[in-house]
Design a protein around this ligand. Structure first.
Ligand code: HSE
Length: 429
C-alpha cells in the first residue's frame, strides 16, 4: 500500500464536516482513485461542540496554525473563510512550510490569489480551490484541463445561489425582495447578514477568480463592477417576462479593446437561452471558447455535499501528484490587464420609470434619449392613473453606458418622473 496522503483540516463547519463524512464514506474508493489512502490526521475548529461526525483517530489542534507546520501533515484544507486574518496566515504559512493547500475561500483568492499562487509555485506545492467557485461544479478543473486548449472569448454565470433563489421565488410568488429575503433567512437559505450575497460581493469574488483562470490575468477583484439585487422589484420581474426575459444576477467577464470587463449585476437574460432556466439555488457557468464553442456547467453552488465533493476532488489530485499552476498559467506569467471601465460597456438597456400620467412625458423622455443618440427598441405603459404614477418601460438598442448614464441623469430630473429610474442591462448571448 502506498503511503497515505496526510490531511489537516482547519474549520469544521458545514463544509469541513462534509469532507470528514465524504472521506469516511468513500475511503476505500478514494484510496483506489487517489492511488493511496486519504487520511485525516488532524483537525482544528473554533469550538469543540458536538458534531455529527466521527473524529476518532484525528488529533485535535486548538490553534489552526499548528497544522501549517506539523511534520505529519502533507496538505492543509483551509475552510475557515475570510479574506484576511487566520485563513490568510494559515495558507501562507502552510505553503511556506512546504504543504499543499486546498481551500474553499473565494474572498481570500479574490484578494490575494496571485500572490498565493506565486508562493505555491515557488515551493512547488499545489494551491487548489475547486470549492471556492460554484460549489460542486468542477469549473476550475474544466478551465485548467478540459478547456485548456481554448482561448476563452467570454465567461458568465449564475454564481450566487442565494440571489438566484430570491429572484426565482420573487418571480414564482410575485412577492417583493424584502419579503422573500426575510423568508429565505427564516428557512436558512440566506445568511442572517445577507450583504455579501445580495449585494453581489460573493459573486464578484468568484468572478475575479474565474477571470484569472480563464484569461491568464492577475486576479483583480477591484476591477469588478458590482451591483446587487436589492433594487429589483417584482414589477420588473413581471415586465421582464412580458418582454421575453428573465432577470438573473450574472457575473460576466470578457476582453474588450479597453481591457478586461468584469461585472456582476442583475441582467435581462433572453428566455430562449439555457441559463435563463437555471432556477432556485442552482449555479451555472458558461464558457465560450474559440475552438470548443459554448459550454455550460450547472449544479449546486453551495451546501455540504457539493462543496465537500469539490474539496475531495482537489485532494485526489494532490494524492495523485496531478498539478497545474493555480490559475492555469504560472503566476509570474499572469498578465496585468487593465480593467475596462463600465462607462465603456456597450449593450442594450431596460429602463422602468414611474411617471405622472400626463401628455408630453414620453416625448420628454424620448427626447433625453435622442439627445444621446440612443435608439429605442420598445416601449410599454401599463395602467391609467389621473392622480398617481404609472410604470413606463423602455428598452433600447445597443449604446454605450456613458451615454445611457447622461440620458438617465436628464430623465431623473424631469418633473413628471417620480422616483429614480430602475435600469437593468440586457444581455445578448
Ligand atoms: N453564499 C453563496 C451562495 C454560497 O449563496 O451561493 C457560498 O459561496
Amino acid at each position: 500500500m502506498n503511503s497515505p496522503l496526510r490531511i489537516g483540516i482547519a474549520g469544521l463547519g458545514t463544509v469541513g464536516s462534509g469532507v470528514v463524512k465524504l472521506l469516511a464514506e468513500h475511503g476505500r474508493l478514494l484510496s483506489v482513485r487517489g492511488g493511496r489512502p486519504l487520511k485525516i490526521v488532524a483537525v482544528s475548529a473554533r469550538s469543540k461542540k458536538k458534531r455529527d461526525i466521527d473524529l476518532t483517530g484525528m488529533r485535535w489542534e486548538k490553534d489552526p496554525m499548528a497544522l501549517a507546520t506539523a511534520p505529519d501533515i502533507d496538505v492543509v484544507v483551509e475552510l475557515i473563510g475570510g479574506s484576511g486574518g487566520v485563513a490568510r496566515r494559515l495558507v501562507q504559512k502552510a505553503l511556506a512550510s512546504g504543504k499543499h493547500v486546498v481551500t474553499a475561500n473565494k474572498a481570500l483568492l479574490a484578494l490575494h490569489g496571485t500572490e498565493l499562487a506565486a508562493l505555491a509555485e515557488k515551493k512547488q506545492r499545489s494551491l487548489a480551490f475547486e470549492a471556492a467557485v460554484a460549489g460542486g461544479i468542477p469549473i476550475i478543473k474544466a478551465l485548467r484541463e478540459g478547456l485548456v486548449g481554448n482561448r476563452v472569448k467570454r465567461l458568465y454565470g449564475i454564481l450566487n445561489g442565494t440571489c438566484n433563489y430570491i429572484l426565482t421565488t420573487m418571480r414564482e410568488t410575485g412577492r417583493d425582495f424584502d419579503v422573500v429575503l426575510a423568508e429565505a433567512q427564516a428557512a436558512g437559505y440566506a445568511e442572517a447578514d445577507p450583504t455579501f450575497d445580495v449585494d453581489g460581493i460573493d459573486a464578484a469574488h468568484k468572478l475575479a477568480v474565474l477571470t484569472g483562470a480563464a484569461f491568464g490575468a492577475r486576479v483583480d477583484f477591484a476591477g469588478v463592477h458590482v451591483e446587487g439585487i436589492r433594487r429589483v422589484t417584482s414589477m420588473d420581474i413581471e415586465f421582464a417576462q412580458e418582454l421575453g426575459y428573465r432577470i438573473k444576477l450574472l457575473g460576466l467577464a470578457r476582453e474588450t479593446r479597453h481591457g478586461i470587463e468584469q461585472r456582476v449585476h442583475p441582467c435581462m437574460v433572453p428566455l430562449d437561452t439555457p441559463i435563463a432556466h437555471i432556477e432556485g439555488v442552482f449555479n451555472a457557468v458558461v464558457v465560450e471558447g474559440d475552438f470548443v464553442g459554448t459550454t455550460m456547467f450547472q449544479g449546486r453552488g453551495a451546501g455540504q455535499g457539493p462543496t465537500a465533493s469539490a474539496v475531495v476532488a482537489d485532494l485526489v489530485d494532490v494524492a495523485r501528484g496531478r498539478d497545474m499552476p493555480a490559475f492555469v498559467v504560472p503566476a509570474e506569467k499572469l498578465a496585468t490587464k487593465k480593467a475596462s471601465p463600465m462607462d465603456r460597456h456597450v449593450g442594450a438597456y431596460y429602463m422602468r420609470l414611474m411617471v405622472q400620467d400626463r401628455p408630453g412625458v414620453i416625448a420628454a423622455v424620448s427626447g433625453a434619449l435622442a439627445k444621446e443618440r440612443i435608439s429605442l427598441e420598445s416601449m410599454l405603459q401599463r395602467g391609467r392613473s389621473e392622480s398617481g404614477e404609472v410604470p413606463v418601460v423602455l428598452t433600447t438598442h445597443e449604446t454605450e453606458e456613458a451615454a445611457m448614464r447622461r440620458a438617465l441623469a436628464r430623465i431623473a430630473k424631469l418633473g413628471a418622473v417620480a422616483e429614480e429610474p430602475c435600469v437593468i442591462r440586457i444581455e445578448a448571448f
